[in-house]
Design a protein around this ligand. Structure first.
Ligand code: HEM
Length: 371
């Protein structure tokens, strides 16, 4: 039965990919400098095309030395309201830290956008998109595949009405801020102006941890991702935890450094780890070892710069799937600087005191004082 349904889905993905008498989003490759989905950047990775990196690896030209752009320096008047929304998410919801809510927001961004299908688009059928339908439609979050997202959906749901903006903008801003809340997380471009969702997202599009590699590849290709982008995106598991795959190990993480956005996930998934608290999804293990994906997976082992750049491009692509990008407004100016892990690392390990000091310096306005 399972083999039959996998075959059926593969066949439907292939058939729908063949039926393309339309203009479609092309599969993109972050390594291609002419790729429009790959935002231009300078060596500092802050997304503005130049190099503002100072001695400690952070970005001093943002804000008053703390890497936090202030509304008083807003350059695009249309972005002004987004400074407050940024603070509501980074402060009120994430409390300035890489925690359960920030991780859930990153996963939610994937589960919202990952229902987009080139095949369905070609057939003119109701499609998924980075449209915020997960916090707009009451039924999507009840699907089994969305287990664990109920809390963050409940938290984000009131924000569109509260701020008078679309669910897609709230959900995908929360996604890019969720990445940034984790030290090491890159500064992804933030675009706003998404319309209201057109429909409830279609079912059976998202990948499962039991899917064979061929099916995972087909699903991501149908979302429009290259193999390299797919493997870069899956690195979001660097700060992830599982609850439902193995409930007996509820809360186990996908690598041994769950509080930082680093590449340990790639090395530990490919080579294994002795850390008893680490749990590896079958899908991640398959992707680390399959002939079609092993090269891309191993590319990021001990290679944070390449992963940063590829992840940034792939997540940006994800945050606009199925959305007319030319109608969006670039509000990347609201995004704080990334916390660079290089200068916090001693003998190959991120030092907890340096990490906390960097968090206090670069995330100060949003932190909750300890009692
Ligand atoms: C092959 C593709 C993927 C599969 C099969 C997959 C599957 C899963 C599963 C089963 C969990 C654990 C859920 C739980 O038990 O609580 C999880 C967690 C997570 N996933 Fe994925 N995932 C995939 C790709 C992605 C992508 C592309 C992203 C984001 C860009 C992402 C972000 C996350 C995050 C951040 C978590 C941790 C959530 C938390 O700690 O609350 N995943 N994923």
């Amino acid at each position: 039965m399972r083999r039959f349904s996998v075959t059926l889905l593969l066949a439907s993905l292939v058939l729908s990919a063949l039926a393309k008498p339309y203009s479609v989003r092309q599969t993109t490759d972050p390594t291609d400098p002419t790729d429009p989905a790959d935002p231009p950047d300078g060596p500092d990775g802050d997304g503005d095309g130049d190099d503002d990196t100072n001695a400690d690896g952070n970005v001093p030209d943002l804000g008053d030395g703390n890497g936090i752009p202030d509304v008083s320096n807003a350059t695009n008047p249309q972005c002004v309201p987004w400074y407050g929304i940024r603070d509501a998410i980074l402060g009120g919801i994430f409390q300035g830290r890489c925690g359960d809510n920030s991780r859930a927001a990153v996963r939610l961004a994937f589960h919202d956008a990952g229902t987009f299908s080139l095949g369905l688009q070609g057939l003119g059928r109701p499609n998924g998109a980075a449209d915020g339908s997960m916090i707009w439609d009451p039924t999507e979050v009840t699907r089994t595949e969305n287990n664990g997202l109920q809390n963050i959906v409940g938290i984000l749901k009131p924000l569109p009405a509260q701020f008078g903006v679309s669910p897609g903008d709230i959900l995908h801003l929360a996604g890019v801020l969720g990445v940034l809340a984790c030290p090491g997380g890159p500064r992804i471009d933030a675009f706003v102006g998404r319309p209201l969702p057109l429909n409830v997202a279609p079912t059976d599009r998202l990948p499962n941890p039991e899917d064979p590699v061929e099916l995972l590849l087909a699903k991501f290709e149908d979302m429009s991702f290259s193999v390299r982008s797919m493997i870069a995106l899956i690195g979001a598991h660097s700060t992830g935890k599982q609850r439902f795959v193995d409930p007996a190990r509820n809360g186990s993480s996908f690598d041994s450094t769950v509080n930082v956005w680093d590449v340990d996930f790639y090395g530990e998934t490919a080579h294994g780890t002795t850390d008893p608290d680490v749990f590896t999804l079958d899908s991640d293990r398959f992707l680390a070892n399959n002939v079609s994906t092993i090269m891309e997976f191993h590319r990021y082992i001990n290679n944070q710069p390449d992963w940063d750049e590829d992840y940034r491009a792939a997540h940006f692509q994800m945050s606009t799937l199925g959305i007319n990008q030319s109608a969006l407004i670039n509000c990347t100016e609201i995004m704080p600087a990334s916390i660079n892990l290089t200068t916090l690392t001693i003998n190959g390990t991120v030092d907890p005191d340096l990490l906390e000091a960097a968090t206090q310096k670069y995330r100060a306005p949003w932190l909750v004082p300890s009692s």
